[in-house]
Unconditional design. Structure first.
Lengths: 77, 342
């Protein structure tokens, strides 16, 4: 069973969209719950995206993709 | 700042710089930081994130907007035995602190007969592409490389950024650390994926004064600085589709300049294109071409430079994008060289 990596609703205050500015681990590698795996940028401020579970990361949204709160950007299985 | 813990982790240049500075601050209490918004905010380019929280306001000093004052203070502190790392937020602002840089930082050691070292690092952002106007978008590599007495480095990826920063802080000489905004991984101009690379967790140095061959090739040498390396790598992939094998050299250090690596590469390929986002005339591009020419390396075609036209950087997006170096311009420069060989 895999866990979806969802952009948390409380990561930033407004409802603006964000852009993915980095993936800090490669697709297909293993991550541990709580690891920082990506960075998102909203209006020049960067936010950290943490792994919600341990397992193998499958990236669904790439760097430079625009995402909203609640979007699924990766799966961990 | 949350640490990246995963195995095979990658870092942005911004995070790599912050990690290097933090590690050196833990080892050496003489290392401290000054600059505008480098404290709680972590730097507008993200390269001092986490330092204020770990080391406090005594060692991570947010300054008023007076480069004249805090860069002058850093030169004084360094001349007195401290190891300041200071940030000139945009290199374009150098004018108000150039006496401290040009006449004191670079020369104090010589004026003092070698009895005083000035072990400071001045880190500063370069580059444009996002319509920030002619006073926030320049590279000015040559302006700093020109003056004897300082070392100048300019990384194109996170591995080199961490290693060059560590070497710069440990070096007893003043070092200018020039980082390109588009490569920081901060999303200011989109993100250059190839600047985000694997970075070891332990401390290591990338030697000051050593270029890297980023891609091997046989038909043409493309020498790049920061963004120019990434344009060069993209051009090399386009040229490969045309059956041309391009070698890409990342200069990494402007001073000391690794002429030997460039010369050896051009001896092999016989063709040279130099890519720099700094202005066309009187720049690093000319220095590289002269360095190869004056030792008499035989060349199959006249060397070419792909640099910024000799104009103040336009604010208007279409005009600015027209002026910037690009992979396309490198491919065209190569086509021009081949044309002259017929």
């Amino acid at each position: 069973m895999s866990t979806e990596v969802i952009v948390p609703n409380d990561l930033w205050e407004e409802d603006d969209e964000a852009v993915i500015t980095s993936w800090l681990v490669d697709d297909g590698t293993s991550v541990s719950e709580g690891d920082m795996i990506a960075e998102l940028m909203v209006a020049k401020i960067q936010y950290e995206l943490l792994a919600p579970a341990s397992g193998t990361l499958s990236i669904l949204k790439e760097i430079d993709d625009v995402v909203a709160k609640g979007d699924c950007v990766a799966k961990i299985g | 700042m949350t640490q990246v813990k995963a195995k095979n982790r990658k870092l942005t240049i911004a995070r790599a710089m912050a990690e290097s500075i933090a590690m050196e601050m833990r080892e050496d209490e003489k290392v401290f930081l000054m600059g505008e918004d480098i404290g709680e905010l972590g730097g507008v380019f993200g390269n001092t994130r986490g330092l204020y929280t770990e080391f406090g306001a005594e060692r991570v000093k947010d300054t008023p907007i007076s480069e004249t004052a805090f860069i002058g203070a850093a030169v004084g502190a360094a001349s007195d035995g401290m190891k300041p790392v200071v940030e000139l937020m945009f290199v374009d602002f150098f004018g108000v602190c150039f006496d401290a840089i040009y006449n004191m930082m670079a020369k104090n050691t010589y004026f003092a007969g070698g009895e005083i070292n000035v072990p400071m690092v001045l880190m500063t952002s370069t580059g444009g592409g996002y319509s920030d106007g002619g006073q926030h978008s320049q590279c000015l590599h040559a302006t700093f490389a020109h003056l004897p007495g300082m070392k100048v480095v300019a990384p194109s990826n996170a591995y080199d950024a961490k290693g060059l920063m560590t070497a710069a802080i440990r070096d007893p000489n003043p070092v200018i650390f020039m980082f390109h905004k588009a490569l920081q991984g901060m999303g200011w101009l989109g993100t250059e994926k190839e600047a985000i690379v694997d970075v070891p967790e332990e401390a290591y140095e990338v030697p000051l004064g050593k270029a890297a061959i980023t891609r091997e090739g046989a038909d043409v040498t493309i020498v790049g600085i920061t963004s120019g390396v990434h344009h060069g790598l993209k051009a090399a992939r386009e040229l490969e589709a045309q059956g041309v094998s391009a070698e890409v050299v990342d200069l990494r250090s402007l001073v000391p300049l690794d002429r030997e690596t460039v010369i050896e590469s051009v001896k092999k390929t016989g063709r040279l294109i130099v890519v720099d986002e700094d202005y066309h005339s009187y720049g690093m591009t000319a220095e590289i071409i002269a360095s190869v020419s004056e030792v008499g390396v035989p060349m199959k075609a006249a060397p070419q430079r792909v640099a910024y036209p000799d104009i103040p950087i336009p604010f208007t997006p279409v005009m600015e994008q027209w002026a910037l170096p690009s992979a396309d311009k490198i491919v065209k420069a190569f086509a021009k060289m081949k044309e002259t060989e017929k």
